[in-house]
Design a protein around this ligand. Structure first.
Ligand SMILES: [Mg+2]
Length: 242
């Protein structure tokens, strides 16, 4: 029997923009489930790494996630999405940064940088499947090289190409809007999900995230630069008369 473990960020997918949605969705399970369904319907958004989806299709579904991400809701979202997409139970344990098994690993580390170890992976698989697995029976996928695991797993450590695809806020908001509309505005409002208010919030957020790019374009705009120079000259002239 072979068991599989997957890193989360930049391996299973790119969840950078999801953080602005998943924290809010913690407040309503029904809207959260609808949101997952909406994301699955729009699988072209590219949150998940197509190469990993192909691998998951061919595994025996004895899988866990082992990630340095401290946001458990991202691991849960990945599990829910992939199990919905492939219509089968796949993941039997989720080891995030704060998992109790990792106490010794994270003593000297920062989120995202802790070393992953065979000791924790083996225990994580034991929790999931009740079997003390040997390294020959484990395949691990990660975009980063974790030395301890490479030493133990050898060729069964698969370092994958880093997956980056930052999904647009407006596309994720469309998923959220459909998720809210499915439960009806009355129930959504009663749990604080107001579509108009959320739309204002995400429009502002989108501007904030993309603001840097617009400012840099403005600087290279010749007309505006020369107008600024003219204004500056006028001000200097006025100052001289006093
Ligand atoms: Mg990673």
């Amino acid at each position: 029997m072979t068991y599989y473990a997957f890193d989360l960020d930049n391996t299973l997918g790119d969840f950078t923009r999801l953080e602005y949605f998943l924290d809010i969705l913690d407040y309503n399970k029904e809207i959260y489930n609808n949101f997952v369904n909406e994301c699955v319907k729009r699988s072209g958004l590219g949150i998940f790494n197509p190469k990993m989806i192909s691998i998951l299709k061919s595994t025996n579904n004895k899988c866990i996630i082992y990630s340095n991400n401290p946001c458990m809701n991202k691991l849960v979202f990945a599990k829910d999405y992939l199990e919905k997409l492939l219509d089968k139970k796949i993941f039997y344990n989720l080891l995030d940064w704060n998992h109790p098994l990792r106490v010794n690993e994270i003593v000297h580390g920062d989120p995202g940088n802790a070393t992953k170890s065979w000791n924790v992976l083996q225990k994580g698989l034991f929790q999931a499947f009740g079997v003390l697995v040997e390294p020959d029976n484990v395949v691990f996928f990660d975009d980063l090289p974790h030395r301890d695991l490479i030493k133990v797993l050898g060729n069964n450590y698969v370092q994958v190409e880093e997956y980056n695809n930052s999904v647009a806020i407006k596309d994720l908001f469309e998923c959220l809007k459909s998720a809210i509309n499915t439960v009806g505005s009355e129930e959504a409002n009663s749990t604080g999900f107001n579509v108009l208010a959320l739309e204002r919030f995400y429009t502002k957020l989108n501007k904030k995230i993309n603001g840097g790019k617009r400012n840099s374009r403005r600087k290279t705009d010749g007309r505006k630069t020369s107008k600024k120079r003219k204004d500056l000259r006028k001000t200097k002239k006025r100052n001289k008369t006093f």
